[in-house]
Design a protein. Structure first.
Length: 134
């Protein structure tokens, strides 16, 4: 197990007391990691309310260098925005240990990454999937 952290690309993170649920389970076999993450927020601190900074969630082990990968978001409950689809995106690069959450709104007009302004004090995010490591 590990404790995933929800933060933003500017370096802000939620304090441990800002979570109702914060669980991460993973299995690492060879160059693959299977994960299950459940995060439920009880409070959004001011660092996460910066709507121009994208949300990120930490991974237990760094991903494969220079390979963009995806994760499945099985549910997002009580967001502050109308979401049509959402996914987890592990960007390519070196020393990447997080993923972002691209989404499209219900009008199908906006496609962006989840940011602090899209969360509420009761948002819950459930993610599952696997990714490759070096």
């Amino acid at each position: 197990t590990y404790d995933p952290s929800l933060g933003n690309m500017d370096g802000g993170v939620l304090n441990p007391s800002d979570y109702i649920t914060r669980t991460g389970n993973y299995i690492h076999v060879g160059k693959m990691v299977w994960i299950q993450i459940n995060i439920k927020i009880s409070s959004i601190n001011s660092l996460l309310q910066n709507i121009t900074s994208y949300i990120k969630i930490t991974l237990p082990i760094q991903c494969k260098t220079d390979l963009k990968q995806g994760l499945y978001v099985s549910n997002i409950i009580n967001p502050n925005t109308n979401i049509y689809w959402i996914e987890g995106e592990i960007p390519s690069g070196s020393s990447i240990d997080y993923f972002k959450l691209p989404f499209k709104d219900t009008n199908l007009t906006n496609s962006t990454y989840l940011s602090g302004g899209d969360l509420t004090n009761t948002t819950e995010i459930i993610i599952a999937g696997y990714y490759f490591t070096d």
